[in-house]
Design a binder for this molecule. Structure first.
Ligand code: AMP
Length: 358
């Protein structure tokens, strides 16, 4: 048994967006304080946190001062610069650990790790220039998707190849960034498993959710997802395998494609995940509390689903529908407190609840 963080201890969170905000709320419900580290001014998480540091990840003094005020460090995004992590890690424990970040920051490392674990991924090959592009197309085939190895999110940094002729344009779209060519998976639908692992190795997975994307951004997550009992079992077992292999502590999002031949792992996110927001109104203990429990060294809570839920993201001027959404009796509205509405910007989400059917 590890000693849990005492009440009133402070959890440092790297990143002050909506995920950091909802983590802070969960931490405060458990009697903890949070300190947000975020380069941008007026971050959504700052409204609900105990302290905020506004500084860049290259500001070594600010990072040291931040670490001095916290008992443990976690994060809401995976692209934290290595130098910043080096400074922080020498001062305080970071959960999830560096391995999880290393694996998820680079699509090549990630896909290789997943394949070596015995899991099925899309076929892939690295692309750095025209020659490796030609070789990759020959190996992987078309249709395919070219993705930047690093810093891709919400479908950004991706180019689709319908035919081999599209290779030159797709390569040009990468603007010289190292990339990975992935074979196109003919999936029936996309699901994700939000899984948690405690310091003591206890693993708990939420029920898989079915995800629909629009313009590369998550639009809705529905639970229960359309899948057989054996697929559901496969999904949670493979998520548990990933967490154990990384000696992971915290919540992870595992994105999967459902195909007639079985489940294919698309990507993993070493953090709370947009497709897990339904848990706020579908479970007694949601993904944010589960993450805080894990990083604080507490036992995980009961993540069993108690309702059917459809989570809808509120993006850009979806906010104009707010009066109607608030008038819906079984819709839980969660807003992020962002000052400006911009196209493509996640402003909040709604969880529509109905009685559990399956
Ligand atoms: P990603 O950034 O890898 O999550 O990709 C964004 C979206 O593109 C996914 O949610 C899928 O809808 C689609 N996608 C990504 N990779 C593939 C693939 N290999 N085959 C088919 N669709 C894909």
């Amino acid at each position: 048994m590890t000693k849990p963080l005492a009440p009133n201890a402070t959890i440092g969170v790297l990143g002050g967006g909506q995920l950091g905000r909802m983590l802070s709320v969960a931490a405060s419900r458990l009697g903890y304080r949070t300190h947000i580290f975020e380069p941008g001014a007026n971050p959504p998480a700052g409204h609900v946190a105990d302290q905020v540091t506004t500084a860049g990840y290259d500001d070594a003094n600010a990072l040291r001062a931040f670490a001095a005020t916290v008992d443990v460090i976690t994060y809401e995004f995976e692209n934290i610069p290595t130098e910043a992590l080096d400074i922080l890690e020498a001062l305080r424990p970071i959960h999830p650990n560096r391995d999880a970040l290393r694996v998820s920051q680079d699509r090549l490392t990630e896909k290789t790790f997943l394949r070596d674990l015995g899991l099925t991924t899309a076929p892939f090959a690295t692309v750095d220039d025209a020659d490796s592009m030609t070789a990759a197309v020959a190996e992987v085939g078309v249709p395919a998707i070219l993705k930047t190895r690093r810093f891709g999110y919400d479908g950004k940094g991706q180019a689709r190849l319908k035919a081999a002729d599209d290779a030159a344009q797709a390569l040009a779209d990468m603007a010289g960034a190292p990339a990975l060519l992935e074979g196109f998976v003919d999936f029936s639908h996309e699901i994700s498993v939000i899984a948690a692992r405690s310091v003591d190795g206890q693993v708990s997975c939420f029920d898989p959710g079915e995800n629909v994307h629009k313009d590369g951004i998550l639009a809705t997550t529905t639970v229960p997802a359309r899948m057989s009992g054996s697929q559901r079992m496969d999904a949670v077992l493979l998520a548990g395998k990933i967490l154990n292999a990384l000696n992971y502590v915290g919540v992870m999002g595992v994105e999967l494609f459902v195909t007639p031949k079985g489940l294919i792992v698309n990507e993993i996110a070493p953090r709370v995940h947009n497709s897990g927001h339904w848990t706020q109104n579908g479970c007694t203990i949601d993904q944010f509390e589960q993450h805080i429990r894990a990083v604080a060294g507490l036992p995980l809570g009961d993540g069993q689903r108690v309702n059917n839920v459809v989570m809808e993201n509120l993006i850009g001027d979806d906010m104009d529908r707010l009066p109607d959404l608030l008038a819906e009796p079984a819709a839980a509205v969660h807003l992020y407190g962002k000052a400006d509405t911009k196209p493509g910007r996640k402003m909040g989400h709604v969880n529509r609840i109905t009685q559990k059917t399956a």
